[in-house]
Design a protein. Structure first.
Length: 213
């Protein structure tokens, strides 16, 4: 009786030992599957992010191609002028002379070079006549005009959209007779031909044959 109980216990222990490796293998397989799925999701996110970045780069490159060749230099110049204008306003608010403040911020060599350039660019030759004085004042006033970059950008975008729409219009027929000076005149001529073409057909034919009286 004791021998049978011992044999039964050995069989149970053997069955449990057989089930343990199977459960461990199943758990390991589940972990590997979860890791693969996690890597797949990460790759999918990276691909979408790369696609988005590539699209942004293409859009920025297209904008850059539509800009003038020296756009960056002009933009830097305008930004510098706006900064200078802000400094002038600050000096005026404090009751200081902007030219003197600017000279204090640069070296003596740069200050001398800047002064020579200013005299060469707009020399004060004294009063010669009213026309020269008026021209000098005109140049000075035009230099004080500061561009509105927001308005400029808005108008530039509208012009680009208008140009793109115009390029998608129906092309002109090269073989057709040119009896107009612009698109508006062409529409007017078509309307006139629709209403009066039957009355003027014979006159046109005589003019083309050279038999008109």
């Amino acid at each position: 009786m004791a021998a049978e109980a011992e044999a039964e216990r050995v069989r149970v222990d053997s069955a449990e030992e057989g089930e343990l490796p199977l459960a461990a293998a199943a758990e390991l397989a589940a972990q590997k599957r979860e890791q693969r799925l996690r890597k797949l999701r990460e790759l999918h996110l990276k691909r979408n992010e790369a696609r988005k970045l590539n699209h942004q780069e293409v859009v920025e490159e297209d904008k850059g191609l539509k800009l003038p060749a020296n756009w960056e230099a002009k933009k830097a110049r305008l930004e510098w002028e706006l900064q200078e204008e802000e400094k002038k306003k600050d000096c005026a608010a404090r009751g200081e002379d902007y030219e003197k403040v600017k000279l204090l911020e640069i070296s003596a060599e740069d200050a001398e070079r800047w002064e020579r350039k200013k005299r060469r660019k707009n020399p004060d030759l004294g009063f010669s006549d009213y026309a020269a004085a008026q021209l000098r004042q005109y140049h000075w006033l035009t230099k004080q005009i500061k561009p509105d970059m927001e308005t400029y950008e808005r108008l530039r975008e509208k012009l680009i959209e208008k140009r793109d729409k115009y390029s998608r219009r129906r092309p002109y027929d090269d073989d057709a007779d040119i009896d107009y000076i612009n698109e508006r005149n062409a529409k007017f001529n078509k309307k006139a031909e629709r209403f009066y073409g039957k009355y003027t057909a014979e006159i046109k034919q005589n003019l083309e044959r050279g038999t008109a009286v």
